[in-house]
Design a protein around this ligand. Structure first.
Ligand code: PLP
Length: 232
């Protein structure tokens, strides 16, 4: 299927999930995850009206924003090394993967240098998988409070990467858990936060994530097809 056909399918699924959950379609933003995919694919998605793209490597964001001059919204969704943060202010709208104080400190420093406030999400490892980055749900509230005090970092919410599974229903518990964690944080009225964003759900499970309150879904394969990591 073409990128256009895939996008129509994803859009149909998003609308159906919103309907099932009694939510408005405009509460959910589709992030097209274009990592490893060429600029020509991104342009095809742009032609279909997509303006929000997700990448997981700083170098790829730098290369692609160098080539594509149209005003798009880029999101850093992958694990981020402290020494790469300096390339992101002004290039990305949001960093989804903040899970360490040292990383947040560097985002504060580089954002201050660029005279801007960076929107960030705290990544939570809901399933406790050893292979994944992220905070434990238990340590998340303290962490949010700490980095909320940084003047050039604005905590907008939480992000999770659920386990890979053939059965999206098995991830519902993690999406529900992230939603509840965020609701608990909202009740604390933490100064310096603006908790309105839940980034959860990928190709295999974005419909369940929407039913559980996702405001960003990050869909790669479902739009651009399988990724080929053998090329490079
Ligand atoms: C690659 C990636 C996605 C997209 O995954 P698909 O299964 O291809 O939709 C979403 N989120 C993150 C953090 C990713 O790295």
């Amino acid at each position: 299927m073409s990128i256009k056909e895939n996008l129509l399918e994803v859009e149909k699924n998003i609308q159906a999930a919103c309907k099932r959950a009694g939510r408005n379609r405009d509460e959910v933003t589709l992030i097209a995850v274009s990592k490893t995919k060429p600029v020509s694919d991104i342009r095809e998605a742009m032609d279909c009206g997509i303006t929000v793209f997700g990448e997981n490597k700083v170098q790829e964001i730098r290369d692609k924003t160098e080539e594509i001059k149209e005003p798009l919204h880029w999101h850093m969704i992958g694990h981020l090394q402290t020494n790469k943060v300096k390339y992101l202010p002004g290039k990305v709208d949001m960093i989804h993967s903040v899970d360490k104080l040292s990383l947040a400190e560097e985002i504060e420093k580089q954002s201050a240098k660029n005279d801007l406030v960076m929107d960030v999400l705290c990544e939570v490892n809901m399933a406790g998988e050893d292979t994944k980055f992220g905070l434990t749900p238990e340590e998340t509230p303290e962490f949010v409070k700490k980095i909320a005090a940084f003047p050039h970092v604005r905590v907008r919410g939480l992000m999770t990467i659920a386990p890979y599974t053939e059965d999206p229903e098995s991830n519902r518990v993690y999406f529900k858990g992230l939603y509840e964690l965020m609701e608990a944080l909202k009740k604390e009225n933490i100064e310096g936060t603006q908790l309105d964003t839940l980034s959860m759900g990928m190709t295999g499970d974005y419909e369940v994530a929407i039913e559980e309150g996702a405001t960003f879904v990050r869909v790669g394969t479902g739009i651009f097809g399988e990724r080929d990591y053998s090329k490079k």
